[in-house]
Design a protein around this ligand. Structure first.
Ligand code: ZN
Length: 151
């Protein structure tokens, strides 16, 4: 299977079967975001215990890129410390901004653990869709700001 095809399958799987969908009645932090250029919406509930994302739930609607990115993000941040989550957010940002043709995600490099999120790197070719992929991460950044202010 061609890599692009594989990436498309991964994105569609997350879009159709979003991980950690829902809300948390006892969430410590809640954030919402919109991407008006595409009509995407995303909301995030976090329970943070001892500096670790203990529970995460997301809701949203919009295109497959935005919703798949949110599902992948929820999957990867659960159980991670806030520092690790920030590291992942930085890596994701680098991946989405790097010139096409370069691959910043070297599997041999320790800490390069973007997992399914790597499927989104094809979106770089479509600059208008990068905002779709970024929406959940921008929403997460708002929640993390609140979490840090509360520490
Ligand atoms: Zn979108």
């Amino acid at each position: 299977m061609a890599l692009e095809e594989l990436y498309r399958e991964v994105i569609l799987d997350h879009y159709r079967n979003p991980r950690h969908k829902g809300t948390l009645p006892h969430a410590h932090f809640h954030a919402e975001g919109q991407n008006p250029s595409c009509g995407d919406e995303f909301s995030l509930d976090l329970v943070i215990e001892d500096g670790v994302v203990a529970q995460v739930a997301t809701q949203g609607q919009g295109c497959s890129i935005s919703q798949a990115s949110g599902s992948m993000m929820a999957d990867i941040i659960k159980g991670k410390s806030l520092d690790e989550v920030e590291d992942l957010a930085t890596k994701f940002k680098v991946m989405m901004s790097i010139e096409d043709g370069e691959n910043p995600v070297d599997p041999a490099r320790p800490g390069a653990v973007l997992g399914d999120l790597e499927a989104l790197q094809g979106v770089r070719k479509f600059p208008v869709r990068i905002k779709c992929a970024d929406l959940p991460w921008a929403t997460l950044a708002d929640a993390l700001d609140a979490a840090k202010a509360a520490q």
